[in-house]
Design a protein around this ligand. Structure first.
Ligand SMILES: Nc1ncnc2c1ncn2[C@@H]1O[C@H](COP(=O)(O)OP(=O)(O)O)[C@@H](O)[C@H]1O
Ligand SMILES: [Mg+2]
Length: 410
C-alpha cells in the first residue's frame, strides 16, 4: 500500500511513487515465487529434499544470508535442528533444545512468529546457539510451522543481505511460506510412515515364507522320505517275511497319517479361513486342540473376561502372535502347561501367554539378533506394532516365560 506523506492541511498529499512501485514489484515477485513453491512443495515427498527446498526459497525470497528449520520431537518435547543453510550453521544440525528455550523455542511454545532486528536486545535469543555458528546473527525472523492447529516446527531466516532489518511484510511472506511448508512436511511424513509400514509388512511376509520353507523341510518333507524308505522295505519283506511286513505297514500308515495331520495343521496355521467366518475364539480353540494332539503340552484358554470384538486385521495379528509363541514353547521351552488368558481392560484387550518351561535370557537373545537367522520374537513385536499393540516379554532362565500382548481398542 502506498504511504502518503502528511501534507499541510488543505494541500494535496504527495505519493512517493517510484519507491512504492519498487516495493510493490518486490512484493509481487515474492508472492509469485511463493505460488510456484506451493506447487512444487506439495509434490515433494522426500522430507530432507523438501526441507532443503523450503529453506532455499525462504532465504531467497527474503534475501537472507542464512536460516534453519527445526522440527518438534513430540516424544521429548524438544526442537531439533534438522536443516541449516549458510552461516556455518551445519554445526547446529541435530542439536536439540527444549521447547520454550531460545527464540525458536519461544516461537514454538507460543505458536507465534517473532521478528528481531537487534538480537543483542532480545532476551529470548539463545546466546549459546548464536555463538556456536561462525557468523554473527544480527536480525532474524522465525515463524511457527503449524499443521492442524499443532506446531510441528520452526522456520527461521537470519540477517538480511541488504543490511537492513526484516520488515512486517517479510514476516507475512515467511508466514505464508511456513503454512505451506507445514502441510507439505506433514504429507512427506505420512508418506514416509506409510512406506515404513509397507516395508514392515513385506519383511513379516518374507519371514512367514522362510518359516514355511523350514517347517515344510523339517516336517512333511522328512516324513515323506521316511515313508518312501519304509515302503521300499515293506515291498521286499512282502515276499520273504509277510508277517513282519504287516507290522511295518501299520507303522507306515501311522507315519503317513501323522504327516497328513502335520500338513493340515500347517495349512490351518498358514491361512485360518475360520478366522474370517467364525472369528478369533473358535479358531483358537480349534488350533489349540490340534496343537495339543501333537505334543505333551496342556493348554488352558481363559476367555471368561473377554468380550471385545477386535477388527479382523487385529484378530489375524493376535492369532499369528499366539501361533509363534506356541511354536517357541513347543520348540524351546520343555513346558508342560501353558495358560492363555484373553481379557478386556478399560481401553485395551490383553492377551497373556504363560508357560512353565525352562525360560530364557530375553535381553541376550534380543541383543544377538544381528547374528541370528530367525526372527520369531522380532516378528511378534512387528506384528504387534502393526496393530498399534504392545508386546512385553518376561522370562528368567529356569522359571518359564510370559508374553503379554496389549491391543488398544478404538
Ligand atoms: N517360550 C520360550 N521358552 C524358552 N525359550 C524361548 C521361548 N521363546 C523363545 N525362546 C528362546 O528365544 C530364542 C529366539 O526365539 P525366536 O526368535 O522365535 O527364534 P527361533 O525360535 O527360530 O530360535 C529361541 O531360540 C529360544 O532360545
Ligand atoms: Mg521361534
Amino acid at each position: 500500500m502506498a504511504t502518503r506523506s502528511a501534507g499541510k492541511p488543505g494541500e494535496p498529499e504527495v505519493l512517493h511513487l517510484p519507491q512504492e512501485n519498487e516495493k510493490l514489484r518486490q512484493r509481487v515477485e515474492a508472492l509469485e515465487a511463493l505460488q510456484d513453491v506451493a506447487r512444487t512443495l506439495s509434490s515433494e515427498l522426500d522430507l530432507q529434499r523438501l526441507l532443503a527446498q523450503v529453506m532455499q526459497v525462504a532465504a531467497q525470497v527474503l534475501g537472507a544470508e542464512a536460516g534453519s528449520i527445526l522440527l518438534v520431537d513430540q516424544s521429548t518435547n524438544e526442537l531439533e535442528f534438522v536443516l541449516t543453510q549458510g552461516g556455518g550453521g551445519s554445526q547446529l544440525l541435530q542439536r536439540r533444545m527444549a521447547i520454550g528455550t531460545g527464540l525458536a523455542g519461544w516461537v514454538a511454545s507460543q505458536a507465534k512468529p517473532a521478528i528481531v532486528n537487534d538480537v543483542t536486545m532480545d532476551p529470548r535469543f539463545a546466546r549459546e546457539i548464536g555463538d556456536s555458528v561462525s557468523f554473527q546473527v544480527k536480525s532474524l525472523i522465525a515463524v511457527p510451522l503449524a499443521s492442524k492447529g499443532q506446531v510441528i516446527g520452526v522456520l527461521e531466516v537470519l540477517n538480511k543481505a541488504s543490511g537492513e532489518g526484516f520488515t512486517e511484510e517479510d514476516l507475512q511472506v515467511l508466514s505464508a511460506l511456513g503454512a505451506q511448508a507445514a502441510v507439505a512436511i506433514e504429507n512427506a511424513r505420512l508418506y514416509q510412515a506409510l512406506k515404513e509400514e509397507r516395508d514392515k509388512i513385506l519383511n513379516t511376509e518374507e519371514e512367514v515364507r522362510k518359516k514355511l520353507a523350514r517347517d515344510l523341510h523339517d516336517g512333511p518333507t522328512q516324513a515323506l522320505s521316511a515313508i518312501a524308505m519304509k515302503a521300499s522295505l515293506v515291498r521286499k519283506q512282502l515276499e520273504q517275511e509277510p508277517a513282519k511286513a504287516a507290522v511295518e505297514l501299520r507303522m507306515l500308515e501311522a507315519l503317513a497319517r501323522r504327516a497328513a495331520g502335520d500338513l493340515r495343521h500347517m495349512l490351518f496355521g498358514l491361512r485360518p479361513l475360520m478366522l474370517e467366518t467364525q472369528g478369533l475364539i473358535p479358531t483358537l480353540q480349534t488350533y489349540l486342540a490340534r496343537f495339543q494332539e501333537m505334543g505333551e503340552i496342556a493348554i488352558q484358554l481363559d476367555v471368561s473376561r473377554f468380550s471385545c470384538s477386535l477388527p479382523h486385521n487385529s484378530e489375524v495379528a493376535v492369532f499369528g502372535i499366539i501361533q509363534e509363541a506356541l511354536n517357541n514353547i513347543l520348540k524351546h521351552s520343555r513346558a508342560r502347561n501353558v495358560q492363555i488368558i484373553m481379557e478386556d481392560t478399560p481401553k485395551a484387550c490383553r492377551i497373556t501367554i504363560k508357560d512353565d518351561g525352562c525360560g530364557f535370557d530375553v535381553a541376550s537373545v534380543e541383543r544377538g539378533y544381528d547374528q541370528r537367522s530367525s526372527f520369531g520374537l522380532f516378528n511378534m513385536r512387528e506384528r504387534a506394532a502393526l496393530i498399534n499393540g504392545k508386546l512385553a516379554l518376561s522370562s528368567t532362565p529356569g522359571q518359564g516365560t510370559t508374553i503379554t500382548l496389549t491391543v488398544p481398542l478404538k
